[in-house]
Design a protein around this ligand. Structure first.
Ligand code: COA
Length: 144
């Protein structure tokens, strides 16, 4: 089940951040980010657990996927696609024309996921990420 995140979900999302990223967002970043009217935060529940979440920012007719993550023990069963589907649904409703994102060059799982949604690679940002330092691949989808 997917729903909009509320302040009660902040600790669960923090746990997902810590298990899924080498540079996790802090409690304050998540709590304060939730108050931005530009950002949509979605959480996914599976088997009574907050198994994943995503956040995307919509400005005019552009959307940027900022984070998407599924807890390791819930991966490989199509759950990230449910979050992606919901982001696409929201974007269509808001008449978004393009969705942008950045992804670590080595993150083949995420790159494959995005390609399967029609994202194409548009460029590289050298040494964009820290801990560890790594290039970012810029991807965009113009066919929402
Ligand atoms: C990327 C991530 C969200 C995928 O979640 P998931 O629920 O395991 O993915 P799904 O089971 O929905 O698979 C979706 C697609 O991702 C790709 N994928 C998933 N696992 C993969 C793997 N082990 N190897 C290669 N591609 C993979 C495939 O394209 C897959 O589609 P398919 O099953 O039709 O081939 C998850 O691995 C994750 O949370 N990673 C850590 C956080 C992260 O890197 N987020 C992205 C950057 S913000």
């Amino acid at each position: 089940m997917i729903g909009e995140m509320t302040p009660e979900d902040v600790l669960s999302v923090l746990e997902i951040e810590m298990q899924c990223f080498s540079n996790p967002w802090s409690y304050e970043m998540i709590k304060n980010g939730l108050e931005s009217s530009l950002d949509t935060w979605l959480v996914l529940w599976e088997e009574g657990t907050t198994a994943g979440y995503c956040v995307f920012r919509t400005i005019a007719d552009e959307c940027e996927l900022l984070r998407i993550a599924i807890l390791p023990r819930f991966r490989g069963r199509g759950l990230s696609k449910k979050l992606m589907d919901q982001m696409v649904f929201y974007s269509r409703q808001k008449e978004v024309k393009s969705i942008f994102l950045e992804v670590r060059e080595s993150n083949d799982r995420a790159r494959n996921l995005y390609k399967s949604y029609g994202f194409v690679e548009e460029g590289i940002r050298k040494h964009y990420y820290l801990n560890p330092s790594e290039n970012a691949v810029l991807m965009v989808c113009h066919h929402i």
